[in-house]
Ligand binder design. Sequence first.
Ligand code: BGC
Length: 325
Amino acid sequence: MKSLLLAILAAGLAGRVASAEPYQVAVIPKGTTHEYWKAVQAGAMKAQGELNAAGVPVTVIWKGPLKEDDREQQVQVVENFIGRHVNAIVISPLDRNALVAPLATAVQGRITVVTIDSGLNSPLPACYVATDNRAGGRTAARTLAALVGSHGRVLMLRNATGSANTEEREEGFLEVMRQDFPGIKLVSTDQHGGVTRDNAYRTAQNLLNRFGRELDGVFACNQPTTAGLLLALRDAGLAAGKVKFVGFDTGVAELAALKSGDISALMVQDPFGMGYLGVKNAVAVLRGETVAKVVDTGVTVVTRENLDEPAVRDLVNPPLEKYLP
Ligand code: BGC
């Protein structure tokens, strides 16, 4: 009798699951132009495919602002998704403060919020999936110091104010340089390259005009600043290892520059893993499962020497074609 009852209950539950509406999971990047986000999107689509195949219907909706400094547009995207009553929002906040209020509204509306890639000044997200950015900045400093030697002159190109992850990288970099390498002179650490390659290029040109002749090493803390600094170093005749260059993230141009020796090392994150685990964890929360509050997706120092190792090759060539339209 008891087992009959259980069987009836289980059948009822299965029937409900089978007929359930898919979970609507909005995935909101900081911006939509950089290659970095393609990998995040592909990872999110992989998660959607796997969940659907496992009988958990999920629809991922990908939408973000165009530019990574457009706070208003990212807030609007969040508000739109709140209006549409999605079940979850997986977001990389482009500003750690400006997005707190709209995401609090989402949580009040019983929408699950998961942050990926960059943090929020609030404990409200159910989970945060990202690089340990401070550690990434520290490792970048040690990598550059090893290339430059104990008595070089170095500059750092910042990204944008309010962007939690790149500010943490900048802080981690400066912390290690100041504490562990007192013989390295930091000639400039306060300039922001902004959110586009072209802006970063202009800022880097100005910096190199001023400090170029005396420089031994440079650090850029994300993809557009790395791309802009690369162009400026080439223009100034300081590429090809004349000035040691540690950048962050990969893209077609950055990988080619690593191979040719114009970039000495890249700090490579796992944006594919962030998109994938962001969606997986959001759905797990929706289904009442417990997830870790913080998931570290790791960062790898990639050089010309380890570029062909299988794990590195996979990391720098995420399977975009397989998952993106
Ligand atoms: C960061 C992202 C940023 C991207 C492109 C990455 O390093 O993790 O937050 O949006 O660079 O700018």
